[in-house]
Design a protein. Sequence first.
Length: 337
Amino acid sequence: MGELVIEARALTKRFRVARKRPGMRGALRHLVRGEWEDRTAVDAVDLRVAPGESVAYVGPNGAGKSTTVKMLTGVLTPTSGDLRVAGVVPYEDRVANARNIGVVFGQRTQLWWDLPVRESFRLLGDIYLVPKREFDTRLDELIALLGIEDLLARPVRQLSLGQRVRCDVAASLLHAPPVLFLDEPTIGLDVSVKARLREFLATLHRERGVTVVLTSHDLGDVESLCTRIVLIDRARILLDMPVADMLARYGTRRTVTVSGAERLTAVPLDGRFDDRVTVRQKDANTLEIGYDRSTLATRDVIAQALATLPVDDIQVGAPSIEEIIRNLYEGGVDAAL
């Protein structure tokens, strides 16, 4: 794989939390003689990211993904394990690490609330010691690409969520970081703004070679921006592979939906279909035939449907990334096969 931009080995983070009993008596008892326990938020995670990769790091709430990202960005210090981002140990040299990364939090801003957007950009340029000519050129480019010219004179507090996120993306790229962390970048955005932001980020990755690490509950972000997916659940890595490989391996379930002008409920189905399919009645005129394309070809399922039913329309459906990931979380990797 060559030189790595991100390398984490056995990365672990434990928190000491209070163990409290319910009620007022429990609260008073804790004040007198507190009880504590260690909870593992991230458990021996190995993560290696090469330059120019676009990686989705996803998991349910409480899985450990936010804690991992906070360690990668230098906000938290690991309990144990080794970690380097662009050659820097984030928690040992936070200043150097900050120069190497850009961070966009969909729920939080790095801009100054009461300052005009342009002044926030200038302050960030000074903080990152970006030379003036380089700063002006890069800012003009980002303004044009993100369509934020009309927002520069407005205080950040007057921006809508979509406008603020676009400005935050520009702010995160002013110092040309080689690594960009995106934490729920499209949360709360309307469809048009979301599509525009995804298009910009995809172009940035493709044309500039910026390494992207994305955490998101919106799996449309994953499909649009990432070629590799890392699933974390209960503090451990559950799966790490290219998105295309995950779809090929765990997305083999297919459905053929058959509609007819006649009432399909009146058609006897016993013994008419291959025993490798499941047939579900959606309504009086519609049947859904489920099968696994690794054991049965779609053309054979369609042929059986045409030979058996008075068909007016046929639709073939494949599982979405969201369905595949839900199955992985609910049943584990083996169960999703």
